[in-house]
Design a binder for this molecule. Structure first.
Ligand code: DHB
Length: 308
């Protein structure tokens, strides 16, 4: 039994897509709705439609992926319309919001609130790929101000998508900020490891065009960083629900995210490479691993990571 609960809603399993992957157009979201994923999140949206950065802007690598998409999306009204027609009895839908300014975020959040859908807001504090824009996730004052305004404007449970952190002082500071917001119900860790550079030795060249080749890393490269961030916020934010994201390609990786304290687990790079059929494979592999270990339910091990 892979059943779990997210904010008091029962789910068939803990699996969903990561924002950005297979979720920009209605046909892609429909494919996720028809897959074994138990929940869905839309591409991060902005006030107005964006083409995104010039191609090539995504490259698959032996150990993961690098991307600098630049927020290509259809604009928030498109995703609100999709949300209005979604079947919430079938599975929850998250709407990822990544406005380019505080005002843009507040406009989108107010619109989402006013339609009073059961859609869940995931506010993206961590898009690393828009030239000239700092991530709120790495500017703690800006993050606090944005959360204060969003919490006031939205007045319902919502969540944040965080970038990875690499220092205990940052885990402490960010957790302290998040814990001040009662409506902040869930925390998604992590977005891509930002601004890496992959070099093709033969070509003596970057492998993606935008930002001189700098882009966000996903896949195997980032699993240990993702697990650390999931567990760091699980320990520091006991009243929040953690969604794990980063480096999930097998059922064992899902198990590790759950053990570290995740309630749901998102799939990015591996979904991009394998397509929505991956959810069936991951569910089977997780069920097999649990059976092998003698676990009947996720509750029996979730968050129970041992330390030495
Ligand atoms: C994009 C990348 C991200 O990591 C993100 O959080 C939002 C958008 C992008 O490049 O499109």
């Amino acid at each position: 039994d892979l059943g779990t609960e997210f904010l008091e809603r029962p789910l068939a399993n803990p699996l969903m897509n990561a924002a950005g992957v297979w979720c920009t157009l209605a046909a892609q979201l429909d494919a996720l709705a028809d897959s074994e994923a138990a929940a869905i999140v839309t591409k991060s949206c902005t006030l107005v439609r964006r083409d995104g950065n010039p191609e090539p802007r995504y490259r698959a690598l032996p150990l993961g992926s690098i991307n600098s998409m630049g927020l290509p999306n259809e604009g928030y009204l498109y995703y609100l319309d999709y949300a209005a027609h979604h079947d919430y009895d079938h599975k929850p839908l998250f709407v990822s919001v990544s406005g380019l300014s505080l005002d843009d975020n507040l406009t989108i959040v107010a619109a989402l609130r006013d339609v009073v859908l059961p859609a869940l807001l995931e506010i993206n504090l961590s898009c690393p790929n828009v030239p000239g824009k700092a991530q709120p996730g790495y500017d703690f004052e800006a993050m606090d101000e944005l959360l204060a305004e969003v919490a006031t404007a939205y007045r319902r449970p919502f969540g944040v998508k965080l970038p990875p952190y690499f220092d205990f002082a940052h885990f402490d500071t960010v957790a302290q900020i998040l814990n001040r917001y009662e409506h902040l119900a869930f925390i998604t860790c992590i977005n891509s490891v930002g601004n890496a550079l992959i070099i093709d030795t033969g070509q003596e060249s970057a492998v993606i065009r935008p930002k001189d080749g700098f882009g966000g890393l996903g896949g195997d490269y980032v699993l240990p960083t993702a697990l650390a961030n999931v567990n760091a916020f699980h320990r520091r934010c006991p009243t929040k629900t953690i969604i794990g994201c980063g480096g999930v390609r097998t059922g064992e990786h899902v198990f590790q995210h759950l053990l570290a304290g995740a309630t749901l687990v998102q799939v990015g790079t591996a979904l991009y490479e394998e397509g929505p059929g991956i959810f069936q494979r991951l569910a089977r592999e997780l069920a097999e691993l649990m059976a092998h270990k003698g676990y009947r339910r996720i509750d029996e091990f979730r968050g129970r990571l041992k330390t030495l």
